[in-house]
Design a protein around this ligand. Structure first.
Ligand SMILES: NC(=O)c1ccc[n+]([C@@H]2O[C@H](COP(=O)([O-])OP(=O)(O)OC[C@H]3O[C@@H](n4cnc5c(N)ncnc54)[C@H](O)[C@@H]3O)[C@@H](O)[C@H]2O)c1
Length: 324
């Protein structure tokens, strides 16, 4: 990939949790980054490092352009003034999405038009403008309820929510654009991502951000179900390494899981967080939530073999960074 004076990397959803960490990394690597975000869950504060006072509110360092844009309404108009100034878009990391599974169940039409529609607009742009690579943030939600662990990429996909369906539909669209229109594209299926900047205020946010927030304040942690459900929690820094590799040349039409290959129970997670925060919080159990999957653990061979990426952050280190 090229330097900040050269072609552009676009990060849709770049003001969000994962997108802002990716933006940081791409700028550190010398890229000029354009963030397209409509701020439905993202925050300018996540990009504060690059929003220097001399550029004014909403302005940014020369390495970052921050554009308010709903990608499900198209991205040509938002990018035109920037490409006129700096040249063409070389790579796109497409992370913008309505991220709540619960909202997708309540409002499937909104979810589909934002998530699937957004992907189609990104792919249309990539096709028309000859973008060199598109990397897409897919999800373990495409698998649905799977009994065999770890879950490999060839496991039959049976999503159980509109969110999972539109992530899978987006993957199919990527494959179609790669195959028929020659748009190089890669999809990464994230498992449970955690780390700094994950928003604990949303009830649908990752369990780690909610537990960390409560454990820091000495408040009770509530586990739904018996706490024996497992998750493959992967640190955001490792996910960013996967995305940077996926944005590179090669591996078009590859779909890869992004997880650690391990799993821990929610009770173990809660106990670890309470301990790291000084042991002041109690842990309580509430009835299991309908539709919650019991186990989740990624097979990660493809991530290693195709992209040379292994999630290496130990959970306890990732949790410490999250709490700090
Ligand atoms: N966090 C996880 O554990 C996880 C797991 C699997 C997949 N993912 C996927 O990773 C991506 C990033 O998720 P996140 O956890 O950082 O969530 P996030 O909510 O912090 O980030 C999503 C960003 O996209 C923006 N956005 C939403 N709809 C948009 C639209 N129509 N146009 C422009 N911007 C829009 C939001 O404002 C936000 O900044 C999403 O595609 C999500 O589905 C996340």
């Amino acid at each position: 990939m090229s330097s900040s004076s050269g072609p552009i990397a676009v990060v849709t959803g770049g003001a969000g949790f994962i997108g802002s960490h990716l933006t940081d990394r791409l700028i550190e690597l010398g890229h000029r980054v354009v963030v397209l975000d409509d701020f439905r869950t993202g925050k300018r504060a996540n990009l504060a490092r690059w929003l220097t006072p001399e550029h004014g509110f909403g302005g940014a360092s020369p390495a970052l352009e921050l554009v308010t844009c709903d990608v499900s309404h198209g991205i040509f108009a938002a990018l035109a003034p920037i490409t006129a100034k700096y040249g063409r878009v070389e790579r796109i990391a497409h992370l913008a999405a309505q991220v709540s599974v619960v909202s997708s169940v309540a409002n499937p039409l909104v979810d589909m038009s934002v998530n699937y529609g957004g992907t189609l607009h990104v792919l249309e742009y990539a096709r028309a403008m000859g973008v060199a690579k598109v990397a897409f943030a897919s999800s373990a939600a495409v698998y649905g309820d799977v009994s065999e662990m770890p879950v490999g990429e060839d496991t039959p996909t049976r999503p159980v929510s509109p969110y999972g369906i539109d992530k899978l539909a987006s993957e199919l669209a990527l494959d179609y654009y790669a195959n028929v229109h020659g748009v190089p594209a890669t999809a990464l299926r994230f498992f449970n991502v955690y780390g700094p900047r994950q928003d604990p205020s949303s009830p649908y946010s990752g369990v780690i951000s909610i537990f960390a927030d409560r454990a820091r304040a000495g408040r009770t942690l509530t586990i739904f179900g018996d706490g024996q459900q497992t998750r493959d929690f992967v640190y955001v820094g490792d996910v960013v390494r996967g995305l940077v590799a996926a944005l590179g040349d090669g591996n078009s039409r590859t779909v890869a899981n992004v997880g650690t290959g391990g799993e821990i129970t929610v009770t173990e997670l809660a106990r670890t967080l309470v301990e790291l925060c000084g042991g002041k919080s109690a842990i309580e159990y509430a009835p299991q939530r309908a539709g919650e999957i019991l186990r989740s653990r990624a097979r990660v061979d493809r991530l290693r073999e195709a992209f040379g990426v292994v999630a290496e952050t130990r959970l306890v280190d990732g949790l410490r960074a999250t709490i700090a």
